[in-house]
Design a protein around this ligand. Sequence first.
Ligand code: BTN
Length: 157
Amino acid sequence: MVQATPFLLVLFLALGAHGVSVKKVHAELFPLQCILTGTWANDLGSNMTIGTVKANGDFTGTYNTSVSATREKIKESPLLGSQHLPNMLKGQPTFGFTVHWNFSDSIAVFTGQCFVDDDGNEVLKTMWLLRTRADNLKNDWKATWVGYNTFTRLKEQ
Ligand code: BTN
C-alpha cells in the first residue's frame, strides 16, 4: 500500500519543480480554506471578524469600518451572514452578510465569493449595497449606495 505522507511529499516536490504552487495544490486537496472564520481586511482598511461558521453555513461577527457616510463616531457593528461550505469538488464558495451599523441609521449587505488565488491565498471579492435613511419618499432615489470591496485574511500574530 502506498504511504500517503511520502507520496504527497514527492507529489508536492514534483509540482514545485514545475512551477505549480504547492500552497495552491494543498489548498485544493484539503479545502480548509474559504471557511470564513477569522479576521479579514479590505481595500478601504476596514476589518471584520467572523466567528464560528455553523454546520449549515450561518455565522455572526463584527465589522470595524474605516470610513463612514456620516459624521458619527464610528463604532464596531454586528454582522450576520451565511456561506456555502467549500467542498473537495468545487471549493470557492459564495456567501452573504448584513452589517447593522450601530452608529448610524444605515444597513449594509455584502454578497461575494471566496477565491483561492494562484499563490494559495484566500481572497473575498464582494459587492455591497449601503442603504442610508432617506428623510422622505422623494429622497428615496439617492438613498442606496453601491460598491465593491476585496478582503484578504489577516494572518494570526
Ligand atoms: C454608515 O456610513 O452609515 C455606516 C458605515 C458604512 C461603511 C461602508 S459599508 C461599504 C463600505 N465598505 C466598508 O468597509 N465601509 C463602507
